[in-house]
Design a protein around this ligand. Structure first.
Ligand code: TXA
Ligand code: MG
Length: 332
């Protein structure tokens, strides 16, 4: 098991020695290594079971570090940095040679962000290298938003988890590249396209699902629990036909009658999207541990963070095919 603690100095010593450390960010926990040390970066791929074609984000501790790793920063990117860094915005920019091809899967652009978490910012400021960090979950499983999620999933493979408490945002960063000066969103995230448009004047959304990330590797399934998950905007109709004692429910604002209360998570009774986002992955982790026969997740209103949450739930349901099992006499 990994040691869990709040010592960013201990984390810095391990990272400087080429080891992996799980780090808190405002979005999700990351599995970090020295981004300039290929052997250390290799261990990230190995530990997550992640294919090498899926490139990694590098994390920096100050805005001025960006020019060490990228060739140029367009004006519009600079405006987004001023508006959103430190914060959940990842920029794709042409890389300098110092960034190993292993980080970018040999793509010409590198993904960079400055995370907004006090412990991790302190850590980055102690280090003289950036941190490569994908989410600290096994490939395609649910992203971790608490130190205990990391411990449960990959704790036995790493020496240290820097515990920064629950992640405030609870959704990964928004990934943005630029085409002829126009920001293009490649992955929806904690910052909405509307917010980007307010700063940049324009925004495009590119969300092709592909295994070979021309843009970011947007695999058709991802973030999945082990329990079959069904994603629906007809939750009441769907539930009429199931064995509710074995059903888990993630709903937006209200409990569903007939389903045991301990099998249900309401994302935000007040209908607050930010609250819903921060609870999403923890809810999936929680329900997945109950060994239910299936989980049904309700579609959120399609605006703002609701779009990101729905996209994540759709992907979480991506591996589940067919409809949920109907009640059988032997089940009840
Ligand atoms: O919020 C976040 O972004 C978290 C925290 C830990 O910072 N990190 C995260 O990393 O979500 P990961 O590896 O789980 O997702 C990164 C995504 C992948 O879909 C990857 O394909 C894409 O970013 N990506 C990374 N570098 C890229 C590049 N050079 N070109 C295109 N896509 C890239
Ligand atoms: Mg991830």
């Amino acid at each position: 098991m990994a040691v869990t603690g709040k010592s960013y100095k201990r984390a810095s010593r391990l990272l400087a020695g080429g080891k992996l450390v799980a780090i808190p960010t405002e979005t999700v926990y990351g599995l970090a290594a020295n981004a300039l040390d290929e052997q250390a970066v290799e261990q990230i791929f190995f530990t997550k079971g992640r294919p090498h074609y899926n490139p990694l984000i590098i994390h920096i501790g100050s805005k001025s570090d960006l020019s060490k790793y990228v060739m140029e920063v367009p004006d519009v990117a600079q405006r987004l940095i001023e508006a959103f860094w430190p914060g959940p915005l990842t920029l794709l920019l042409p890389k300098k040679d110092i960034v190993p091809d292993l980080i970018t899967a040999s793509l010409p652009r590198v993904a960079v962000r400055m995370p907004d978490h006090p412990l991790t910012l302190n850590l980055l400021q102690l280090l003289d290298f950036p941190l490569a960090a994908p989410s600290a979950n096994p490939f395609c499983y649910i992203s971790p938003t608490k130190a205990e999620h990391v411990q449960q999933q990959i704790g036995y493979k790493i020496p240290y988890i820097l515990d920064g408490g629950p992640c405030e945002q609870g959704l990964e960063s928004t990934i943005v590249g630029f085409e002829e000066g126009v920001p293009v969103v490649y992955r929806l995230g904690a910052i909405t396209p509307e917010e980007i448009k307010e700063v940049a004047g324009q925004v495009l959304i590119n969300q092709k699902s592909s295994k070979q990330p021309e843009g970011p590797g947007m695999l058709p399934f991802h973030y999945s629990p082990r329990t079959p998950l069904y994603f629906t905007d007809q939750i009441n109709e769907l539930l009429q036909e199931y064995d509710l004692t074995k059903t888990g429910v993630i709903s937006f604002q209200r409990m569903i009658e007939g389903v045991p209360a301990e099998h249900q998570v309401v994302l935000s009774a007040a209908g607050n999207m930010q609250e819903a986002a921060s609870k999403l992955y923890d809810s999936l982790h929680y329900l997945d541990r109950l060994n239910l026969s299936h989980i049904i997740a309700e579609k959120l209103p399609e605006h703002g963070l609701g779009l990101t949450i729905n996209e994540r739930l759709k992907k979480a349901a991506g591996k589940t095919t067919g409809s949920a099992p109907k009640v059988e006499a032997s089940n009840s």
